[in-house]
Design a protein around this ligand. Structure first.
Ligand SMILES: C[S@@+](CC[C@H](N)C(=O)[O-])C[C@H]1O[C@@H](n2cnc3c(N)ncnc32)[C@H](O)[C@@H]1O
Length: 346
């Protein structure tokens, strides 16, 4: 064995780093169980409850909930109270409806573990099974929409919607906004709330997403002008042409067939209408991936590979618009981490 390949004893500083990382990951895993089992919500509602009462309120098995309470106590998500447990400030921060909720971190943590396990196995053969891998964990599936909404809804409302003119222009024309790969519909319901003149249509391939989106449109009283339907982006058809066609984190899913997708976008736009494509901005310079703000993107791109996808550079999207005769403009958000590329039919 050569000198340099002899394993060296691992130093205490590296051991402590790994222990902190491990505890952080497990804390999020415990939080995920609390989120997905409705345990944070029920304990918040009850204020103080023993494990058995919490289990009954959340309709979960008491044996599991007792063990969860020990783990959640150990990781400071809940505290002991006179007659049971109550949420700590950290536990309350995982309530899915809390403004700025930490819920996405918990969902992402467990999803990452699942995707890492799949990537490790698939690396042997190079097989890329596609999006089905995301659907393999039934407890994660219902949380995709809420996770993405909590991560990106506030950015859209505060920064992107006020930062781009296309939405207001479409509303002035009492136009139609289409969202292809709409997830749980969070983007369109925000647009509909801000612009009462807009009509909206969302399409997604996952039925669970469409079920959640339709329920939300009904609850908000938008059902007459905000519609959602299950369908494939590739075969999208609609009688009325659109003023806006949005794809949010969806283009990289269909990039392999980009010629088909971009000609479909052009075909479905009204004159002066715009396709509005929001994607993570994959950096040209690998050094940027070391930044804490970009790190997760690098891992996500590995999980995208499992799904048959990869993240894009905004200039690639702009070039694809130019190729079909749409005029591109690149907009940059969140310190260059997020890009919105518009392609307008002049
Ligand atoms: C990363 S998610 C983004 C969802 C949503 N736009 C958001 O920002 O929260 C990508 C979405 O694209 C949908 N999708 C991917 N390929 C699709 C296709 N060919 N037809 C319909 N939907 C598709 C997936 O079901 C998924 O909901």
């Amino acid at each position: 064995m050569g000198e340099e390949s002899k394993p060296q004893a691992v130093g205490q500083d590296l051991r402590e780093l790994a222990m902190r990382d491990a505890q952080g990951a497990v804390r999020l895993a415990v939080a995920f169980i609390g989120v997905s089992g409705g345990l944070f919500e029920q304990l918040n509602r009850l204020r103080v409850a023993g494990a058995d009462d919490l289990a009954a309120a959340a309709r979960r098995d008491a044996g599991y909930v007792r063990r969860w309470c020990d783990a959640a106590y150990a990781f400071e998500l809940i505290d002991e109270a006179d007659t049971g447990f109550r949420l700590t400030a950290l536990g309350r921060a995982f309530l899915p409806d809390a403004p700025g909720t930490l819920m996405p971190f918990a969902v992402q943590d467990v999803l990452s573990a699942h995707m890492a396990e799949r990537a490790a196995g698939l690396m042997r053969t190079g097989e890329r099974p596609g999006e089905v891998v995301l659907a393999e964990r039934e407890s994660i599936l219902p949380w995709f929409g809420p996770m993405l909404e909590a991560q990106f809804g506030p950015v859209f409302e505060k920064t992107i919607m006020p930062g781009l003119k296309v939405y207001e222009e479409a509303a002035l024309r009492q136009g139609l906004a289409v969202d292809l790969g709409c997830g749980n519909g969070w983007y369109l319901v925000r647009l509909a709330a801000r612009f009462p003149q807009l009509r909206c249509l969302g399409v997604d391939g996952f039925e669970e997403n469409i079920r959640q989106a339709q329920a939300r449109a009904r609850e908000l009283g938008f059902a007459d002008r905000v519609h959602f339907r299950t369908g494939d982006i590739y075969s999208f058809e609609n009688e009325e042409k659109a003023d806006i066609i949005a794809l949010n984190r969806a283009l990289h899913h269909v990039w392999d067939e980009k010629a088909q997708v971009f000609s479909l976008l052009k075909r479905h736009l009204k004159p002066k209408g715009s396709a509005v494509i929001w994607e993570p901005h994959w950096p040209h310079d690998r050094h940027l991936l070391r930044q804490p703000t970009h790190r997760m993107m690098a891992f996500q791109n590995l999980t995208e590979h499992v799904q048959g996808n990869h993240f894009l550079m905004p200039v690639e999207i702009a070039d694809a618009f130019s190729e079909v005769g749409l005029t591109p403009t690149i907009h940059s958000f969140l310190d260059g981490r997020e890009a919105v590329v518009t392609g307008t039919l002049l």
